[in-house]
Ligand binder design. Sequence first.
Ligand SMILES: NC(=O)c1ccc[n+]([C@@H]2O[C@H](COP(=O)([O-])OP(=O)(O)OC[C@H]3O[C@@H](n4cnc5c(N)ncnc54)[C@H](OP(=O)(O)O)[C@@H]3O)[C@@H](O)[C@H]2O)c1
Length: 267
Amino acid sequence: MSLQGAHALITGGSRGIGRGIALKLAEAGIKVAVHYYQNEAAAKDTLAEVRRRGSEGLTVQADVRQPEQIAQMFRKVRADFGKLDVFVSNARPEVPLFFQPPMDITLEQWDNAFDSQAKAFLVGVREAAPLMGRGGRIFAITYAEGSRTGSLQPWVGMGSAKAALESLVRYFAVSLARRGITVNAISPGWTEDSVLNTLPPQAQDLIRNWHTRGWTPMARLGTPADIGNVVRLFCSEEAGWVTGQVIYADGGASLMNPEVPPEIQLG
Ligand SMILES: NC(=O)c1ccc[n+]([C@@H]2O[C@H](COP(=O)([O-])OP(=O)(O)OC[C@H]3O[C@@H](n4cnc5c(N)ncnc54)[C@H](OP(=O)(O)O)[C@@H]3O)[C@@H](O)[C@H]2O)c1
């Protein structure tokens, strides 16, 4: 797929990691549909930054927990762009809407997690694929630590939903392979300028120190631009043989062994 003149839709592209992806794709000459839910000002600001990078785009609103609103979002994208080359499913509800341990999580919180992740991806990919030609690129932004571990108890809803999302990535990868469309999950590590910055300052300090002192071998947190660079990389024509994978973009954090203190592991 030639990046210049391609068209992308990024859910949750207004803020955080989604914004980092929008700006890196814009730098590559891709036109970007910046999706948001409640904060239109952030979406407009991101679109202004897209334009500052010499690209173009639009903003589009939807609650991705509502399939009809997803369909409406794609109708707007089709009307404006006429086609789509890149679809990134990145949006995630505010933490209190799903953050509760297994014995306490309400069914509404559970549904917020699953509807915004697995169901939104199911509906979104089925809307996106008909707009794509050969070389189309589909991404799910996951958090694979949450889908394969059970330690962060209040993450149970989102972790389970991300596991379902990663499974769907594999099924869609096979389903769309004959059409030359790749489907991959990108798994960021802890990232600055994102949901992290909404946590209490003490929690932010604990997390930052944990990573800079070695739990992330590269000794820093990621940035939205880091994740944007990875998506851009996998949009390239040369990445066309990689599909159905969970790609960790975390400075090596997922390589660490939780049974041994980082000081010993890092030598
Ligand atoms: N941050 C991290 O360290 C980290 C690590 C690993 C994976 N991830 C994953 O990366 C993705 C982005 O995370 P982030 O921290 O960058 O998010 P964020 O800064 O909290 O931004 C969330 C985005 O999702 C939108 N959104 C919220 N509720 C929505 C809904 N019901 N329907 C549609 N859109 C909705 C928001 O739009 P409005 O502002 O308009 O409401 C916003 O654009 C998520 O899938 C997350 O699981 C994040």
